[in-house]
Design a protein around this ligand. Structure first.
Ligand SMILES: Cc1cc2nc3c(=O)[nH]c(=O)nc-3n(C[C@H](O)[C@H](O)[C@H](O)COP(=O)(O)OP(=O)(O)OC[C@H]3O[C@@H](n4cnc5c(N)ncnc54)[C@H](O)[C@@H]3O)c2cc1C
Length: 567
């Protein structure tokens, strides 16, 4: 299947819907002119189409494997990673002082999404490094920054993130890995980590593990956790690779998809590491990495959805069944329904992800608390809605293929198998939704209401040119506002949590309506207006059922005893 990176879609979104010029007007990002944006998207698109997309099937059919304790990556992945690194794509948003390009996160999010559509399992490798780079930039000592950042940014070395242990998944505070001071400023890290993405590779450089562990005086729970940088090889003073550290890959997980990405069980046996951030401040440091990764994982969902849509569309145009004007199944109303949903929701989730990245950039450029709060609010929505959309779109892609969708050779199933994990890792989507209705509403729902106000104002203004669409979005805002008020009044968090997932989805539905309406206004009479009408009339109404669900609270969800539930 030929993949075409959605470059023109990004140009439209950035210039017309998301307001990228606002970012470019800040001092920090003043060099990000529209010409530069076009050049970057075009170059990245070429890499996706010509280098990464051809690796997608091979990664599935010839998974990474473990040979004598060393990971051998899928054919072509080493060259693919090198091409990503040489293009400077890993350090796009990293600080220039260590070799990064200092570009807005909005552009990195766009490029990452296009790469995910081309080859998700390979794209996860640079995404891990990017998260580590950001964590080190914010929290590491100058010595660690000097040693590690230039090499992570250039792609000579790669980064991983080690939180999960068998008994500590969502409950990170339950981890039992330990770190003891060596007396020379370094620490001996001991423990086992599971599910570590790209825990090893054969790309030739060092592999730098960020590991959460507890110091001897660390209290139980998340407050007693510290973060350590533990490299596979201990670097010499000149940055060359020194002795092997006492860590290794125990085994690789056998997964339902994402086969090109080696998911490792890692063992650390008194491995030498260095503290990143303050003692017992590991969670705060790790959150820098996780927030970056959450936006990136949301983008993985969007990208996989784009890939699945392109493949399904191409198949639908070729496949002939029944009598239709064009002869292809693409003219059957039910097939159209699926293709339209795929396209409309991919657009909505992409716009939400970009709005989140835009808020991150504005927060970084202006240091204004309002932008930071907006970015924090949109992060769980981008992650969960992006990944849920990728999964739904990939599933519909299989349905469009009919029986061929179930046959591996078509490649349609791989999109679903690969993207399925994205709603699980980087904090499950359930945890994202709980974060939204609890931590992100500690302001009494202020940020939620401000976003709703903005959407409602746009809908009000659109009544003149797009009365039906404007009215539908306006009404949806009113329902969302009422449920938001109800939600913040619930003091028993269980009542919020029982409806957290439907609330997050309803919020995303309304945001999607907002961005589709923007497209409709910009493209009156054109295809974007037609797509917006489909979304607003057919997909947006889902919010009403979701919000009814939210206002049920926890009582009916928790009504059965566990014995009754299991019986
Ligand atoms: C392919 C793959 C790659 C991964 N890569 C990495 C990596 O690079 N680094 C890393 O550290 N980890 C990684 N992970 C681990 C991943 O982040 C965890 O699987 C995830 O955080 C969930 O933890 P868990 O699997 O233990 O599930 P559990 O925490 O056991 O969750 C099971 C279910 O219970 C729910 N649940 C749990 N706690 C709560 C709660 N308090 N409230 C409500 N619901 C709850 C969850 O939402 C989920 O539905 C990876 C996992 C996979 C499968």
């Amino acid at each position: 299947m030929t993949f075409r990176a959605p470059v023109s879609e990004y140009e439209f979104l950035l210039s017309t819907v998301i307001g990228f010029d606002q970012i470019a007007q800040t001092d920090r990002f003043s060099e990000a002119s529209s010409d530069l944006v076009t050049a970057i998207l075009t170059e990245a698109g070429k890499l996706c189409d010509e280098v990464m997309a051809p690796l997608q099937r091979g990664g599935d059919l010839q998974p990474a494997k473990l040979e004598n304790g060393v990971v051998r990556t899928s054919p072509g992945f080493g060259e693919g990673f090198k091409a990503i690194a040489e293009g400077g794509w890993i350090g796009m948003s990293a600080a220039p002082e260590h070799g990064g390009m200092g570009l807005p996160m909005t552009l990195t999010a766009a490029v990452n999404e296009m790469m995910s559509g081309a080859c998700l399992s390979l794209q996860l490798a640079p995404l891990m490094s990017q998260g580590q780079i950001e964590a080190l930039e914010h929290h590491a000592s100058d010595a660690l920054k000097e040693m590690y950042l230039p090499k992570l940014i250039s792609g000579e070395w790669t980064g991983t993130m080690n939180l999960t242990e068998p008994q500590a998944g969502s409950d990170v505070g339950a981890l039992s890995s330990k770190a003891e001071p060596n007396g020379d400023g370094s620490f001996a890290v001991t423990g086992q980590k599971i599910f570590i993405s790209w825990g090893d590779n054969d790309f030739g450089g060092n592999i730098c593990h960020l590991v959460l562990a507890r110091l001897p005086d660390g209290v139980p729970g998340t407050k007693g956790i510290s973060l350590f940088l533990v490299p596979k090889y201990l670097p010499n003073a000149d940055g060359s690779l020194g002795a092997a550290n006492t860590l290794g890959v125990v085994s690789l997980e056998h997964k339902m998809g994402l086969h090109g990405s080696p998911t490792c069980v890692m063992q650390f046996d008194g491995a030498t590491g260095w503290l990143v951030g303050p003692e017992h401040g590991g969670m705060a440091a790790m959150f820098t990495m996780m927030n970056n990764a959450r936006l990136g994982v949301g983008g993985q969902g969007v990208g996989a959805g784009e890939g699945a849509y392109q493949q399904a569309m191409a198949y639908a145009l070729e496949r002939k069944q029944g009598k239709t004007p064009s002869g292809s199944i693409a003219d059957h109303a039910d097939v159209r329904r699926m293709l339209m949903e795929m396209k409309a929701d991919t657009y909505a989730s992409r716009a939400i992800m970009l709005a989140c990245a835009h808020a991150i950039d504005m927060g970084n450029a202006t240091d204004e608390a309002d932008w930071k709060a907006r970015a924090a609010f949109l992060t769980p929505i981008s992650k969960a809605f992006g990944t849920d959309t990728g999964i739904r779109v990939a599933d519909l892609g299989i349905q469009v293929h009919g029986g061929m969708g179930f046959i591996e050779e078509s490649g349609a199933a791989q999109f679903l198998r690969d993207v399925r994990v994205t709603s699980i890792y980087e904090g499950t989507n359930g945890i994202q939704a709980m974060d939204l209705v609890a931590r992100k509403m500690m302001d009494g729902g202020d940020m939620a209401h401000r976003i709703i106000d903005e959407i409602e104002a746009q809908a009000e203004g659109a009544r003149a040119t797009h009365p039906n669409m404007g009215e539908a979005v306006w009404q949806a805002c009113e329902s969302l506002r009422e449920t938001t008020e109800w939600l913040v009044e619930q003091e028993d968090l269980q009542d919020r949590f029982a409806g957290a997932v439907p609330y997050l989805r309803a919020f995303a539905r309304v945001l999607g309506g907002h961005y589709h309406l923007s497209a409709a206004i910009a493209d009156k009479g054109g295809p974007r207006e037609k797509l917006a009408r489909f979304y607003i009339k057919r997909l947006l109404p889902e919010h009403a059922g979701l919000l009814t669900h939210v206002q049920e609270g926890a009582a009916s969800t928790m009504a059965l005893t566990l014995e009754e539930l299991a019986g």
